[in-house]
Write a protein that binds this ligand. Sequence first.
Ligand SMILES: *Cc1c(COP(=O)(O)O)cnc(C)c1O
Length: 421
Amino acid sequence: MHHFKYKNGALHCEDVSIRDIADQVGTPFYLYSTATLKRHFQAFDSGFDGVDHLTCFAVKACSNIAVLNLFGQMGGGADIVSGGELFRAMKAGVDPKKIIYSGVGKTLAEMREAMYAGILMFNVESPQELDRLQDVGAELGGTARIAFRINPDVDPKTHAYISTGLAKNKFGVPAGEALQEYLRARDMENIEIVGVSCHIGSQLTQIEPFIEALRKIKVFVGRLEKEGITIKYLDLGGGVGITYDDERPPHPSDYAKAVREELADMDCTLILEPGRVISGNAGILVTEVQYTKVNSGGENDKRFVIVDAAMNDLTRPALYGAYHEIIPVREGGESMEQVDIVGPICETGDFMARDRMMPEVAQGDLLAIMSSGAYGFSMSSNYNSRLRAAEVLVSDSRFQIIRYREEVEDLLRGESISALG
Ligand SMILES: *Cc1c(COP(=O)(O)O)cnc(C)c1O
């Protein structure tokens, strides 16, 4: 359920006309609905009502500080994967005691910053990382709280690029090796073992892989207990999918129910790291049609709609062949045509949709690329020296620019012409 609806033939975000925003902000821009963000956070979080838990929004899904602040105010924490995301979460006012740090390649500098900030837990992904963290703890005279990220070797049945819980993926430590790492960590002066973590992938549409992973984690926690190591936090990662096209992902409440049943006999605080399921359908990318054209190839006339958003703005179609629903901001008529919706970038991979049946559109029309609130702006780049888009947040009948469109000077920031002769 989201809050992007037609009213009198004009697409609105909550009570604001999207055409009105475009007239003031220009295109392309990302547009988020406060009501949808809140509703999705609440829907997810309330599934765990009555259980000790902490919902840490995965910052990489949608990193704008206005969005992070919203979840912080609702009692949420943050799952971060870099020093930059730590900076964002802190600026957004997220309580550092609710920040979890995941990722396979944490640098010394990043560890120091996170230690200094006093985050809740590092999810450690290799023996070397543990050693480095111990060094940082000793250097700063503190204790790093850790969980090991266990790679449970479970097939999440999602796109290969976003599978993370298979033995062949770079993530985590195999359960077989993790025990000895926990024993090693136990003897480290500046390390405190507090948890076990696991994240098997993104855009999962079935519950079974989650449960399969969870069962393996439970067995592992049992083994730790035999060694006298008790776990305070069980971090289950993110991964619940959303509907882009015709996927039928589990409802967050069904996911929560299944997890709770599986964990009924365990006594620890649950940490969840949802990203996509919260922000994915709470944001859209609004773009303007620049040109339409037909490249005739005899029987295979190809119709193109060229828009002002490109793969640098929304990478998912180019990167994963991902499907995004695309609808006109002025409600379409009866007349349909099959088109490729493409951006201006000089790569054939720069498409938003291929062979898509769409109501006929014309130059100057606005299109809404739906389900762009996760891995949308946060994956955008300046490729082709394109300015990164504005981000806009709507609440009821008002809107606010939460990130200005970049200007050409932003493109050159830090660059200089060589003085070396
Ligand atoms: C990406 C990621 C998430 C969020 O995944 P979603 O599929 O967006 O819910 C959570 N935890 C970790 C460790 C991640 O890398």
